[in-house]
Ligand binder design. Structure first.
Ligand code: PRX
Length: 645
């Protein structure tokens, strides 16, 4: 190993893990040399109604992109997550729910979950929801969110979860794009002691969503919310009289399971579409091997079900494996910054999977809030969502894990469905800051800007050469956009949008996005979305948004704003614009810095030179590069002179 900091696999981890390094090498080699044979075998880890005889049918050719796995098999995803466990683990806890308030929690067994899903599925069918219909889920982190997902899967409806932090406008856009027939929501969410007005936001969104016929509302806080007659139904009333058994729809492996909107470098968020068979095989297998999950362990992923991490690694992967998965409603610093570790001790959590931004925020408060808890149940730690800087890695490892627990730094995307590059706890020596090596069947390739494949230790754009079963299948309603976004930049490969370095040991170090997407606290944000929110304000004539390094969030949002002639650049207007963006998109899109820009650096053909804006935002004025092609080079000096400190 070449790097200074290498953490070898602990001996006991290697001895007891599902996969040790020898097995990893063997299985990986086979998965690349014979993907059909490999996945044909591993596809059997889930239950099929009609077994598949075909394993893979994939083309990355831009004229004919199609991705199919196990495509003559049929199954039901909810039956795989519930029914098949009833005999062996009906009384085992499926979901531990930890409320926002530390005194509120619940345990739901597999049998209980099966019954709740059955009742809701029947209620949905009674309201006319059928196979293929889209259902929007706009929920807080309560067990009913998982119940709603599984009820959709059971009756063959396609769920589209919208994160509870999104605004009514963002919600409406997503509902319209996929023409949802139903919304499942709650009166209010509760985070850090504060209410989130989910039903009020839903009502506002639905003013422009005629496709929605029914709304099911979970009572969470008891807030007084108006209910529209004929359209709105309380969850309890709708499900109360329903039978617990709900026949599971027989789905083709390639029937859609869900749509999840994510930001790209241009245009509106796109509906990433995942299907049933391959997705479940891949999420279940990665959950078992990457977290080395063993029967009976308590597994906690701190993500929200509104993001892909929540889909794959709170609900589908763990439940397909019969795991006990913890669902947390709250936030890391409420009521105190010991909360995560108190929850770990309270529920004896063995595997803890979180985001670097949370670790960096908690690091600020020092070791005491961690050290006063035991954490002895912890065995494996995980990180996801953005590059983890070595300092945060070391703190996570030494302070949280007491130097005992391997960290799996898992690199993946909404599009990939599951983890693609990550250590396996019993197989991979760790290097802080590196996502290390590819999972089975994953073939990473580093290319230069011309698309030439680079060999050995190198740096460039990260592509993936072969398909894996969890890969997204299309952009909902816009297959051409799918092809354009992922398969035309570098021919023959899936392009991830990330840059990376590969070291002498073949380890991957993700360096961040190479497109106009920024990663704010592990949340993906298209700069174009924030720009269009800003220019929708009547006083703004133009806006350019870039990312800049931020101590806690990883990247912050830096907006250059040109006002309409005659408008004054005041502090008040600055605040108003931040508030405006929060209302247009949601709090996660709030600009951290707004700089007034009477002029923006543009080429003579009118294209904004973002490279220069990024450098100014980074406070890096020494390497602005060639500015001679600008229509008016003096705007650059003006921006530098007026950069807010
Ligand atoms: O830039 C990479 C970063 O997050 C992007 C994907 O974001 P999203 O689709 O929202 O999914 C997040 C959860 C899977 C990637 O293109 N990213 C994710 N995980 C890592 C990461 N960057 C570095 N290291 C990671 N472990």
């Amino acid at each position: 190993m070449s790097e200074a900091h290498v953490f070898p696999v602990p001996q006991d981890a290697a001895a007891n893990a599902h996969i040790d390094s020898t097995r990893y090498k063997e299985m990986y080699a086979r998965s690349i040399a014979d993907p059909e044979g490999f996945w044909g075998e591993h596809g059997k880890r889930i239950d099929w109604i009609k077994p598949y005889s075909q394993v893979k049918d994939v083309s990355y050719d831009p004229h004919d992109v199609h991705i199919r796995w196990f495509h003559d098999g049929t199954l039901n995803v909810a039956a795989n997550c519930l029914d098949r466990h009833l005999e062996t683990r009906g009384d085992q806890t499926a979901i531990i729910w930890e409320g926002d308030d530390p005194s509120v929690d619940a345990r739901i067994t597999y049998r209980d979950l099966y019954e709740r899903v059955g009742r809701l599925g029947n209620a949905m069918r009674d309201m006319g929801v059928k196979k293929g219909d889209r259902v929007c889920i706009y929920m807080p982190m309560v067990p009913e969110a998982a119940v709603a997902m599984l009820a959709c899967a059971r009756i063959g409806a396609v769920h589209s979860i919208v994160f509870g932090g999104f605004s009514p406008d963002s919600l409406a856009n997503r509902i319209q794009d996929s023409e949802c027939v139903m919304v499942i929501t709650a009166d209010e969410g509760l985070r850090g002691g504060r209410g989130v007005p989910l039903k009020a936001n839903t009502d506002k969104a639905l003013e422009s969503c005629p496709s929605v016929k029914h709304v099911i509302v979970v009572k969470r806080t008891g807030a007084d919310v108006p209910m529209k007659k004929g359209r709105d139904h309380w969850y309890d009333a709708a499900t109360a009289g329903q039978p617990v058994d709900c026949p599971a729809e027989e789905m083709n492996a390639e029937d859609p399971l869900f749509i999840l909107y994510t930001s790209g470098s241009t245009g509106k968020p796109k509906g990433v579409l995942h299907t049933s068979g391959g997705y479940l095989v891949y999420t279940a297998m990665t959950h078992e091997y990457v977290f080395d999950y063993k029967d009976g362990e308590i597994y906690w992923c701190t993500a929200d079900v509104g993001w892909v991490t929540g889909h794959s690694y709170i609900v589908y992967g763990p439940l397909a494996n019969g795991a006990t998965t913890l669902m947390f409603e709250g936030v890391p610093n409420y009521p105190t910054t010991s909360r995560f570790w108190e929850v770990v001790d309270k529920h004896k959590v063995n595997i803890f999977y979180t985001a670097p931004t949370a670790i960096r925020a908690l690091m600020r408060d020092g070791e005491d809030p961690v050290k006063k808890t035991s954490r002895e149940s912890l065995r494996i730690l995980g990180s996801v969502g953005e590059p983890i800087n070595p300092e945060a890695w070391m703190w996570f490892y030494n302070v949280v894990g007491d130097g005992r627990c391997p960290i799996v730094d898992t690199w993946w995307q909404t599009e990939t469905g599951g983890i693609l590059i990550s250590p396996l706890p019993g197989a991979t020596d760790l290097k802080p800051g590196s996502a290390t090596l590819p999972f089975f069947g994953v073939c990473p390739v580093v290319v230069d800007n011309e698309g030439k494949e680079l060999e050995g230790a190198t740096e460039g754009n990260l592509c993936i050469a072969q398909s894996w079963p969890g890969q997204m299948r299309t952009v909902y309603g816009d297959h051409e956009r799918f092809v354009q976004t992922y398969f035309t930049t570098y021919k023959g490969y899936y392009f991830t949008g990330d840059g990376c370095r590969r070291d002498e040991d073949g380890y991957y170090w993700i360096t961040g996005r190479v497109d106009d997407v920024i990663n704010v606290s592990g949340h993906r944000m298209g700069t174009a979305e924030v720009e269009s929110a800003l220019v929708a304000h009547p006083k703004v004539s133009e806006a350019a948004v870039v990312g800049f390094p931020h101590d806690i969030k990883g990247q912050g949002i830096y907006a250059y704003v040109t006002l309409v002639a005659g408008e004054k650049e005041t502090e008040e207007l600055r605040k108003e614009l931040v508030k405006w963006v929060r209302q247009e998109i949601g709090p996660i899109a709030s600009p951290d810095i707004i700089q007034w820009a009477p002029g923006l650096p543009k080429t003579r053909s009118g294209k904004i030179m973002r490279r220069i804006l990024r450098k100014i935002a980074e406070n890096d004025f020494g390497s602005l590069g060639d500015t001679s092609t600008l229509a008016d080079p003096s705007v650059v000096d003006d921006l530098i002179d007026n950069r807010p400190s």
